[in-house]
Design a protein around this ligand. Structure first.
Ligand code: SAM
Length: 228
């Protein structure tokens, strides 16, 4: 078997340290654990899934592979997929909304003491994830951005530690701001176009709503100007 995964999941995989004991939460198909175990990066993985259909797909894929002894597929909500005794070191949560990721972490935060690294790939609301990390004594150690099939994805990597983010860093990501890659510029350039389009639809008399959007556009333009 040669597990193929999306460019997005491959980038998530790049942040998983050698010999990690990985919990992949929301492990539809178990693609990420299979990919990492097959490459010898992960010693043992738990694929956690809360919905029957994706859980069955994950189970089937693992059973059909030769890695059934190194991957456990568990039907569980969020961090309920593992216990302290499992001695897990890394958690990945990918392909979900940022608020859901923050809720999953919040609901299981008692279990995070032993975790060495969180690798999170929210599909949106990245700022909510950064806010949760900051409030819960996790500091960002890396961030990455990619574009696949016309969509932009951010990957946030955090480890235990304290940090204070500015509002700008919470929204745009401190590492991403610093790097200001062409993908980052394209993502936020397109966001300006979308906001401008929304603004054009709002009647003049809705001043408060217009001002809110104008402020967002202004903030992004300032960030893009600085990063040029
Ligand atoms: N992680 C994979 C990826 O990035 O390609 C799958 C992403 S899929 C869009 C999201 C998966 O997360 C779904 O299979 C969904 O059932 C699962 N999920 C959502 N909430 C969950 C939770 N609280 N606990 C475990 N799995 C969850």
């Amino acid at each position: 078997m040669n597990q193929k995964i999306s460019k997005r999941l491959e980038m998530v995989a790049q942040f998983v340290p050698q010999d990690a004991r990985l919990v992949d939460v929301g492990s539809d198909h178990a693609y990420l654990p299979l990919f990492l175990v097959e490459r010898g990066v992960v010693a043992y993985a738990i694929a956690g899934e809360v919905v029957q259909g994706p859980y069955q797909s994950a189970l089937q894929n693992v059973q059909q592979s030769s890695y059934g002894d190194r991957i456990d597929v568990r039907l569980a909500n969020g961090l309920a997929a593992f216990e302290e005794a499992d001695q897990m070191t890394v958690i990945t949560i990918a392909g979900m909304g940022g608020r859901l990721i923050a809720d999953i972490l919040e609901s299981g935060k008692d279990k995070l003491k032993q975790i060495e690294r969180l690798i999170l790939q929210p599909n949106n609301c990245e700022d909510d994830v950064r806010t949760w990390l900051e409030a819960n004594h996790f500091k960002l150690v890396a961030e990455s951005i990619l574009e696949e099939h016309g969509k932009f994805y951010e990957i946030l990597v955090a480890e235990a530690g304290n940090q204070r983010l500015t509002a700008l860093e919470r929204r745009f990501g401190s590492y991403l701001l610093q790097e200001a890659s062409p993908i980052f510029q394209r993502k936020w350039g397109l966001e300006v176009d979308k906001l401008q389009h929304a603004l054009d639809q709002i009647p003049r008399e809705h001043g408060v709503e217009r001002a809110r959007i104008e402020k967002k556009i202004q903030q992004i333009k300032e960030v893009l100007d600085v990063s040029k």
